[in-house]
Ligand binder design. Structure first.
Ligand SMILES: NC(=O)c1ccc[n+]([C@@H]2O[C@H](COP(=O)([O-])OP(=O)(O)OC[C@H]3O[C@@H](n4cnc5c(N)ncnc54)[C@H](O)[C@@H]3O)[C@@H](O)[C@H]2O)c1
Ligand SMILES: CC(C)[C@H](C(=O)O)[C@@H](O)C(=O)O
Ligand SMILES: [Mg+2]
Length: 370
């Protein structure tokens, strides 16, 4: 095990709904890693989303931005909820999420869909379709229709019109392509670029830039797929994919689909990198339908912390320890309700699952020191 020379700092933003619930084990894990001397780390907490609006009037208060700016990485739970759905766009919790991604310059969102073998019987897909699944969705995160202008709702001669703009510049496409090709080099060397180039000019440019950046990566295979076909292929034969690179909106949709291949959306972590500070969050939302019931799956949150160790703190060893701890708990047959299926020995709640992983982590660390 390595130890850190300098103390690193991370910002914890639990957010709304199940966010604070799935965050439960995070502090215990961090505390233990620090007190046992495995990492030199400090953390502070901040407000984001609906809870920030409730307490400060703003979904992304300046205090949160200031804290993020002094940190090496940000770990976020989830934002949003029905209470805030009627707010104007600028005040909505989701706006804060886009705001912090944009502020940090975190343009490359990595969403790894890897099936733990123990969960082959938990997905709604047949085990033979998903066994050994290991694909990476690389989603462009700070551009596209999420940020394009003009946007808004205007009234034209008494008729209301909602407007959003899908727009990508050549440099925006080139940099996300490089992230995808670089990642593919560490994997199975296959990139599938997903677009809608049969209809959208932004996708025509996307494809052209993909082809041109590919010339720097002759050792990586590049193919193109229309997004409607990609959505179908993901459930027909997902193992054909290694790295899928796509724009903001397509990536949002395809990654929820990919999550279900791994058993549940409660399993899929994400890393948003490329800017000054990495942002780590599960891909799921605040799940108002199950919030407060102690049934949410905390594993995507814990696996997001693993990604933080991997990509922002360069601690592959600790990322591996966390992933191993999750796997060991699954191997013992513990499941939250969303991943119950073949191999389940006991259904546990959010808190119990978190504490099982925490105790397993202590064991894995002890064994690694022997
Ligand atoms: N990154 C984020 O903060 C983020 C992401 C997506 C949605 N949202 C927001 O969350 C709110 C709810 O959105 P939604 O319902 O479309 O998406 P959601 O991801 O919150 O929930 C979708 C479904 O998945 C289930 N689910 C989600 N996470 C789970 C977990 N960890 N364990 C078990 N089941 C889980 C939920 O119960 C629900 O049935 C909205 O306000 C939305 O804008 C936030
Ligand atoms: C809540 C929403 C703004 C967000 C997105 O669309 O990026 C979410 O769905 C996600 O996948 O992180
Ligand atoms: Mg989403």
């Amino acid at each position: 095990m390595q130890t850190e020379k300098n103390t690193k700092k991370i910002l914890l933003l639990p957010g709304d709904g199940i966010g604070p619930e799935v965050f439960g084990p995070v502090r215990d894990i961090l505390e233990h890693l620090v007190t046992s001397g495995h990492v030199r780390l400090e953390w502070e907490e901040g407000l984001i989303g609906g809870i920030a609006t409730d307490r400060t009037g703003l979904p992304l208060p300046p205090d949160t931005i200031e804290k993020a700016d002094r940190c090496d990485a940000v770990l976020l739970g989830a934002v949003g909820g029905p209470k805030y759905d009627a707010l104007p766009y600028e005040k909505r919790p989701e706006r804060a999420l886009l705001g912090i991604r944009e502020h940090l310059g975190a343009f490359a969102n990595l969403r790894p869909a890897r099936l733990f073998p123990e969960l082959a019987g938990s997905s709604t897909l047949k085990p033979e379709i998903i066994s050994d699944l290991d694909l990476m969705v690389v989603r462009e995160l700070t551009g596209g229709i999420y940020f394009g202008k003009p946007r808004g709702i205007v009234t034209d001669q008494g008729v209301r019109r909602g407007i959003n703009t899908e727009t990508y510049t050549e440099p925006e496409i080139a940099r996300i392509m490089r992230v995808a090709f670089d990642l593919a080099r560490t994997r199975r060397k296959k990139v599938t670029s997903v677009d809608k180039a049969n209809v959208l000019e932004s996708s025509v440019l996307w494809r052209e830039v993909a082809v041109s950046v590919h010339k720097e990566y002759p050792d990586v295979e590049l193919s193109h797929m229309y997004v409607d076909n990609a959505a179908m292929q993901l459930v027909r034969n997902p193992k054909q994919f290694d790295v899928l690179v796509t724009g903001n909106l397509f990536g949002d949709i395809l990654s929820d689909e990919a999550a279900q291949l791994t058993g549940s959306i409660g399993m899929l972590a994400s890393a948003s990198i490329g800017g000054k500070t990495g942002l780590y969050e599960p891909i799921h939302g605040s799940a108002p339908d199950i919030a407060g019931k102690d049934i949410a799956n905390p594993l995507a949150m814990i696996l997001s912390l693993a990604l933080l160790f991997r990509y922002s703190l360069q601690r592959e060893d600790l990322a591996g320890v966390l992933e191993q701890s999750v796997q060991n708990v699954l191997k013992e047959g513990y499941r939250t309700t969303d991943i119950q299926g073949a191999g389940t020995k006991k259904i546990v709640g959010t808190r119990e699952m978190g504490s099982l992983v925490f105790h397993e982590l202590k064991k894995v660390l002890e064994n690694s020191q022997r």
